[in-house]
Design a protein around this ligand. Structure first.
Ligand SMILES: C[C@H](O)[C@@H](O)[C@@H](O)[C@H](O)C(=O)O
Ligand SMILES: [Mg+2]
Length: 443
């Protein structure tokens, strides 16, 4: 039973100085400080449960998102949680259609990241009140109720509510076995942690050999800034992992369309499964051109971590512009919008390989992809979820990886809650960590 009226919404700017070690660096984000706008919802219910929500950001971008969360707060305050989740589609639309805020979106940019943070907190609270991990809440939910949480506006030309319901209804067959399979073996993952662009060759080598020892079989390497460097690093990693293991490349939007094709022709000898974000995330037809040109080289195109919303995913699918679709738990409008993308991907038969390179993204997105396998795709073919080995220790319910697979979380909620001590220390600018760093920089 859902209960309580939302009595308080707080949001904090939490940053980790990951740029100091080059962690998370790529061809476009050379100094990323992994950060989050961290939302906490409280209710007047006697259970004392709180909802925690994050959206992933980098450094100073966080302060803009924090402002946007505060601007959205009046939509939640004094609302009954039962009314919110009872008409979740209506509530999603209310947030994304705010007559003044939508002008700085709509459904994109800082205001949409803020929507994700706030709604992620609502889903966390809902799952906690039901006493289930989020993936299980979704798996057990009646398909009619599930589709009633989604906003089909702008996507009915490829997916109607009836079709979505039909996909979920069919997904009920064999669900129990797939849930058991997940609980026993987990969801397959790949690692990005060995080969951030700012890492030296020595670090890359060391992390790669450790990852091999830990049983990883799929690796992603950052490329795109300098061709000779890329050739050297890709050769190094391919030699270490051998010809059979899987290698992916990620250019983080660095190239023009023809440049992407030429550059990848030079890296083709290292047999990448995909090139991720070869060009601007907004360039749907550009992705289609690249996809087509890379078919003879056996290289697919992956994208999604910076796709603003379901409309961009719809067009990427319509234009056959991607072979691997990368949802993001904090870029899209929370679980609600991600579910509509999972269902479109199922309709177009494109594998979903979620993005998780960021603060807390592994914690959140594992719920969505485990649900996807159990209730939507029913397949692991060509599918894997990203894993990065950073900052899990700051979460109260950190991911559990066994044999390079995500083991389904068992605690109630969306795994979004951070340790209060970590939040206090890393709050910007007055947390202990930042006070020291800023003082050292003379600020
Ligand atoms: C700045 C970030 O670390 C990105 O480089 C990261 O999300 C990356 O694109 C990824 O695919 O994990
Ligand atoms: Mg990426």
């Amino acid at each position: 039973m859902v209960r309580g009226r939302i009595s308080r919404l707080s949001v904090r700017d939490v940053r980790f100085p990951t740029s100091l070690g080059g962690h998370g660096s790529d061809a476009m984000h050379t100094d990323p400080d992994y950060s989050a706008a961290y939302v906490v919802l409280e209710t007047d219910a006697e259970d004392g449960l709180k909802g925690y929500g994050i959206t992933f950001t980098l450094g100073k971008g966080t302060e803009v998102v924090v402002c946007a969360v505060n601007a959205l707060a009046p939509h939640l305050l004094n609302k009954d949680l039962g009314d919110i989740v009872g008409d979740f589609r209506g509530f999603y639309r209310q947030l994304t259609s705010d007559g003044q805020l939508r002008w700085i979106g709509p459904e994109k940019g800082a205001v949409h990241l803020a929507t994700a943070a706030v709604l992620n907190a609502v889903w966390d609270l809902w799952a906690k009140q039901e006493g289930k991990p989020l993936w299980k809440l979704l798996v057990d939910m009646d398909p009619k109720k599930l589709v009633s949480c989604l906003d089909f506006r702008y996507i009915t030309d490829v997916l109607t509510e009836e079709e979505a319901y039909e996909i979920l209804r069919k997904g009920q067959v064999g669900k129990k076995e797939r849930e058991e399979q997940m609980l026993a073996h987990g969801y397959p993952a790949y690692t990005t942690s060995c080969a951030w662009l700012g890492y030296s060759d020595a670090t890359l080598k060391q992390l790669c050999s450790e990852a091999l020892e830990d049983g990883w079989t799929r690796f992603k390497v950052k490329v795109g800034a300098d061709l000779q460097d890329d050739i050297r690093r890709c050769r190094l990693i391919r030699n270490m992992i051998g010809p059979e293991k899987t290698l992916m490349m990620d250019a983080n939007q660095r190239w023009d369309v023809p440049e992407a094709v030429e550059w990848m022709a030079k890296l083709a000898e290292f047999k990448p499964l995909w090139i991720e974000e070869p060009t601007s995330p907004d360039d749907i037809l550009g992705h289609a051109t690249i996809s087509k040109a890379l078919v003879p080289l056996g290289i697919g195109v992956a994208t999604g971590e910076q796709c603003h919303n379901r409309v961009i995913f719809k067009q990427l699918l319509q234009a056959k512009a991607l072979q691997f679709l990368q949802i993001d738990s904090c870029r899209l409008g929370s679980v609600n919008e991600n579910l509509s993308v999972l269902l479109m991907a199922k309709k177009f038969d494109i594998p979903v390989c979620p993005h998780a390179g960021g603060l807390g993204l592994c914690e959140l997105v594992q719920h969505l992809i485990i649900f996807d396998f159990i209730s939507v795709s029913a397949s692991l073919k060509d599918r894997m979820c990203e894993y990065v080995d950073h900052l899990h220790e700051h979460f109260k319910y950190p991911v559990i990886i066994k044999k390079a697979s995500y083991m389904p979380p068992k605690d109630a909620g969306y795994s979004t809650e951070m340790k209060e001590e970590s939040v206090k220390k890393h709050q910007y600018p007055d947390g202990e960590v930042w006070e020291k760093l800023l003082a050292a920089q003379g600020n």
